[in-house]
Design a protein around this ligand. Structure first.
Ligand code: UDP
Ligand code: MG
Length: 317
C-alpha cells in the first residue's frame, strides 16, 4: 500500500460525499504504484455519517472504516487511523473540506524530495470565527515560547508523514494526544507548504470551546513544564513582596506608632495571596490529572465495528 488517507469523522454527513469525490479526483490520477486507501474513523457521530461510510465501503474496497463505540475526540480518532493504516505514506486530513484534498499530490511530491514530514501551513484562514482565529493565534505563539520542541505555528494536523514517523507515533502511548507536537518531537527532516484555508464545506464545527481548551492544555502540559516553574516563580515573588511588607509593618508598629487599622490592605493581600495559591494549585492539578490518566492505562479507544485489520506494533527503538 503506497498511500493511506486518514479522515476523522464527527457529524460530517454534509461533507462525506463531496470529500470522497474530491479525494478520488486527486488520488486516482496520481496512479500510485501500490494503490491507496481511505481510512475513515467515525468518532461517535450522531448523524447519518456512519451509514454513508458503510455504503461507500460496500461499493469501494479502497474505503476502510473504523467505527468507535462513542465520541473519543479528534486526536484519538486520528490515532486509531494511524494504528490501522497500511500506507508507506500517510496523509491526515479533516473531513470538512477545510483542508483541500487537491494539495495531496504536492505534499506527496515534496515528501519524495527527501522529507519524512510535510505539513500544510495556513497562510490565511476563512470561515472560522474571529474569536477562534484570535485564540488559535495566541495559543500557537504562546506554545512556541514555552516549549523546547519547535512546534510550527498556524498548522493543524493536515500533513503527510512517512511510515517511519507513523511507527514513531505508535511508540508514544500517552493518553492526552497532541499529535502535531508529537510529530515535531519525533524529528527527522520536516518541511511545509503554505495554503489558504477555506471555510467548512457544510455542517458545523465539532470543536466546542471546551474541547479547544482541553486540547490547548493537552498541548501545553505534554510539551512544557514552564507553567509549573511559573507557579514557583510566582510563589517566590509574592513571598518576597510579603516579606518586605512585613518588615514595613513591624517598622510602622514599633518605630513610628502612626499605624492604621488597615482593613483595606489586609483584604487586598488576603485575596491576592488566595488567588495566587489557587492558580498554582490549579496548574499542578492539570499536570496531575494527566499523570493519573496515563497511570490508569485505559485503552485509548474502543472500536465497535471495522473493516480494517489490527497491525503488529512497531519494533521498539
Ligand atoms: N472531529 C472528530 N471528533 C471530534 C471533533 C471533530 O473526529 O470530537 C473531526 C471532524 O469531523 C473534522 C476534524 O475532526 O474532520 C476537525 O474538526 P472541526 O472541523 O470540527 O474543527 P475545526 O476545523 O473547527 O477546528
Ligand atoms: Mg474544520
Amino acid at each position: 500500500m503506497e498511500l493511506s488517507v486518514i479522515i476523522p469523522i464527527y457529524n460530517e454527513e454534509a461533507n462525506i460525499a463531496e470529500l470522497y469525490q474530491r479525494l478520488l479526483g486527486v488520488l486516482e490520477p496520481m496512479a500510485l504504484p501500490g494503490g491507496f486507501e481511505l481510512v475513515f474513523v467515525n468518532d461517535g457521530s450522531r448523524d447519518q455519517s456512519l451509514p454513508l461510510l458503510l455504503n461507500l465501503a460496500a461499493r469501494d474496497e479502497r474505503v476502510r472504516y473504523i467505527d468507535f463505540s462513542r465520541n473519543f475526540g479528534h486526536q484519538i480518532a486520528v490515532t486509531a487511523g494511524l494504528d490501522r493504516s497500511q500506507g508507506e505514506a500517510v496523509v491526515i486530513i479533516d473531513a470538512d473540506l477545510q483542508d483541500p484534498p487537491e494539495l495531496i499530490p504536492l505534499l506527496y511530491q515534496k515528501m519524495h524530495e527527501g522529507f519524512e514530514v510535510v505539513y500544510a501551513k495556513r497562510r490565511s484562514r476563512q470561515g472560522d470565527s474571529a474569536a477562534k482565529k484570535l485564540t488559535a493565534r495566541v495559543f500557537y505563539r504562546l506554545l512556541a515560547r514555552i516549549t523546547s520542541v519547535s512546534i510550527p505555528v498556524d498548522t493543524g494536523d493536515f500533513r503527510i508523514i512517512s511510515r517511519k514517523v507513523v511507527d514513531g507515533l505508535r511508540l508514544m502511548p500517552e493518553q492526552n494526544k497532541f499529535i502535531r507536537g508529537q510529530i515535531s518531537w519525533i524529528g527527522y527532516r520536516q518541511t511545509f507548504i503554505e495554503y489558504d484555508r477555506a471555510g467548512r464545506g457544510g455542517g458545523e464545527t465539532g470543536y466546542t470551546y471546551r474541547k479547544m481548551l482541553r486540547f490547548a492544555l493537552d498541548g501545553i502540559t505534554a510539551f512544557s513544564d514552564v507553567p509549573l516553574k511559573a507557579a514557583t516563580l510566582m510563589g517566590f515573588t509574592v513571598s518576597g513582596v510579603a516579606f518586605l511588607v512585613g518588615i514595613y509593618t513591624l517598622y510602622a508598629r514599633f518605630f513610628t506608632r502612626d499605624y492604621e487599622p488597615g482593613w483595606a490592605s489586609l483584604m487586598v493581600s488576603i485575596l491576592f495571596l488566595g488567588g495566587v495559591q489557587l492558580i498554582s494549585v490549579g496548574i499542578i492539578g492539570e499536570y496531575i490529572a494527566r499523570l493519573s490518566a496515563n497511570v490508569r492505562q485505559r485503552p485509548l479507544y474502543l472500536i465497535s465495528n471495522t473493516n480494517t485489520a489490527s497491525l503488529p506494533s512497531p519494533p521498539a527503538h
